[in-house]
Design a protein. Structure first.
Length: 439
C-alpha cells in the first residue's frame, strides 16, 4: 500500500519521535522527523507538509512559536500538539496560536489515529486529489521495476526529490541503494547541482575525515596544499555517504555537526564554512545493533532518518526480475553481440525462482555471463550451476529447525517493512529475543 499524507514530527525526545514514526508508518502515513524547531523550519522550507505534529516544551525555540510561525506562513496546514505537560493555560495558548488538535502524553495508538484523522479532515478541500493520476510505467530514473515495493520507493522519491531533507537508504548489499540516491537527486530540482558519491567503507579511517571535510596546508604530514573535501564539492547538491556504518565515532561526531549547523570545518582550520548540502546515507548494516554496541551514535542515527527508505531484497521483488533481465540482456547484447539477445521461458522461470542472495548485482553478473556464453538466446544450459541447482533441489532439502525459524523471522520482518517492534509482536517474542535470533 502506498503512503498517504506527509506528516512532520517535531519533538526533542527521540523516544517519542520513534514512537510517533512507528505508529504513523503502520497507518501508511509518510513522516519527516525533526528534533528541534530549527530543523523543522529547514524541512518546511522546501517540503510539502500535510500535517504538523509538535511538542510544546523544547529548548531554544518552543512549540508555541512554531505553531505561530506555521499559522502565519502555512495557514492551510493543520497543527496537532502533543505534550506531556497539560494545563488549561497551555491548551488555550495552543489553540490561540493556531493549533487544530491537542493530544496529551501518554496516548494510545487509537487516540493518535483519531487526532491525526480529525486534524487532516480540518483541511480546506484543495489539491486533495493531486496524486490520483499517478503514472504506472516501469522505470524511474536509472531504476526499473513493477512490484508494489518498487512503487512505494518511487512514491517516497516523488515526495523528497525537491527538498534537502536528510535520507537514510537501507537494504542488503546489491539491492541498488546508490540508484535510489541518484534517482532522488537527478529527478528533482537540484539535478544540475553536483552529486558526490562517497564509499565510507573504501576510505581508510585515518583519511576519511580529511576526505569528507577537506584540510589545510600543513594540517598533517603530506598535506602540501589546502584542499576541499567531498562536502565542499557537493555544495548546493547532494552527497551520498555509502556504508555509513563504517564511519568512526569521531567522524560521526563531525557529521552530526554538519547536519545540525549546516557547516563544515577543514582539518587544521579554525573557521567553519557554511554549506547547503543534501545528505543521503546508505547502509547494509543494522545501525540499531551498532548503537547497542556503542559503535554508532544514536543522535546521528535520528538525524539521518528524517526520511527512511528500505530497499527490499530481490527475492521479495519477483515481479521486477523479468524487467531487470530484459534491461541487462539489452545492455550486454549491445556491448558483446551488437544485437538483441533473448531468453527462453524455461531459463527466465529459473531466474524468477532463484532467491538471489547477491540481489540485483548478482542477477546482472549472471545475465552478463549468459550473454557471453550464448548465441543469441539464453537457455538453461547458459546459467551457472549454483543457480540451476538451487532451483532443482532446494525445495527437497530438509533444513535444520533454526534455519527454518530464521527464514520465517526474515519473512515477517520484510512484511512489516523491517519494523522490529511489530515483527516481535507478530512472532510473540520481545525485541531482544528477536535480535538474538537474527545473529
Amino acid at each position: 500500500m502506498l503512503k498517504k499524507e506527509n506528516i512532520l514530527l517535531v519533538d526533542d525526545d527521540i523516544q517519542i519521535l520513534e514512537l510517533l514514526h512507528r505508529h504513523l508508518n503502520s497507518m501508511h502515513y509518510h513522516t519527516y522527523s525533526a528534533v528541534s524547531v530549527k530543523e523543522a523550519l529547514y524541512i518546511l522550507k522546501d517540503t510539502e507538509i500535510d500535517l504538523l505534529i509538535t511538542d510544546i516544551n523544547m529548548p531554544e525555540i518552543n512549540g508555541i512559536q512554531l505553531i505561530k510561525y506555521t499559522a502565519e506562513h502555512f495557514p492551510d496546514m493543520p497543527k496537532l500538539v502533543v505534550t506531556g505537560f497539560p494545563s488549561i493555560d497551555d491548551a488555550m495558548d495552543v489553540f490561540r496560536s493556531g493549533a487544530t488538535e491537542y493530544l496529551t502524553k501518554p496516548f494510545t495508538k487509537n487516540e493518535l489515529a483519531d487526532a491525526v484523522k480529525k486534524s487532516l479532515e480540518s483541511r480546506s478541500p484543495k489539491k486533495l486529489a493531486k496524486k490520483a493520476n499517478s503514472k504506472q510505467d516501469n522505470g524511474y530514473g536509472e531504476m526499473i521495476g513493477a512490484s508494489e515495493a518498487f512503487s512505494e520507493i518511487v512514491e517516497i522519491i516523488e515526495r523528497v526529490k525537491d527538498n534537502h531533507a536528510t535520507i537514510l537508504v537501507q537494504g542488503e548489499s546489491g539491492t541498488g541503494k546508490e540508484l535510489v540516491a541518484r534517482s532522488i537527486h537527478y529527478s528533482g530540482r537540484f539535478a544540475r547541482a553536483p552529486f558526490i558519491p562517497v564509499n565510507c567503507g573504501a576510505i581508510p579511517e585515518n583519511l576519511l575525515e580529511a576526505e569528507l571535510f577537506g584540510y589545510t596546508k600543513g594540517a598533517f604530514t603530506g598535506a602540501n596544499e589546502t584542499r576541499k573535501g567531498f562536502f565542499q564539492a557537493a555544495d548546493n547538491g547532494t552527497i551520498f555517504l555509502d556504508e555509513i556504518g563504517n564511519a568512526s565515532l569521531a567522524v560521526q561526531g563531525k557529521l552530526l555537526r554538519v547536519l545540525q549547523e549546516k557547516e563544515v570545518t577543514k582539518v587544521g582550520a579554525q573557521k567553519p564554512e557554511k554549506l547547503n548540502v543534501r545528505v543521503i546515507a546508505a547502509t547494509n548494516s543494522n545501525l540499531e545493533e551498532l548503537i547497542q554496541k556503542k559503535l554508532f551514535r544514536e543522535d546521528l542515527y535520528y538525524r539521518l532518518t528524517v526520511v527512511s527508505i528500505v530497499v527490499p531484497p530481490l527475492r521479495e521483488r519477483v515481479a521486477d526480475i523479468r524487467l531487470l533481465v530484459d534491461r541487462f540482456l539489452q545492455k550486454y547484447g549491445v556491448e558483446y553481440r551488437d544485437r538483441l539477445v533473448r531468453i527462453s521461458p524455461e531459463a527466465l522461470k529459473i531466474l524468477e525462482r532463484y532467491p538471489w542472495p547477491g540481489n540485483i548485482r548478482e542477477l546482472e553478473n549472471v545475465v552478463q555471463r549468459a550473454v557471453i556464453m550464448c548465441d543469441g538466446q539464453v537457455d538453461v544450459k547458459h546459467l551457472p550451476e549454483q543457480v540451476k541447482y538451487k532451483i532443482d533441489f532446494s525445495e527437497e532439502v530438509l533444513k535444520p529447525l533454526k534455519e527454518v525459524e530464521r527464514e520465517h523471522i526474515i519473512k515477517v520482518l520484510a512484511s512489516t517493512g523491517n519494523n522490529k517492534t511489530k515483527a516481535a509482536e507478530i512472532l510473540g517474542i520481545d525485541r531482544k529475543t528477536l535480535r538474538e535470533k537474527l545473529k
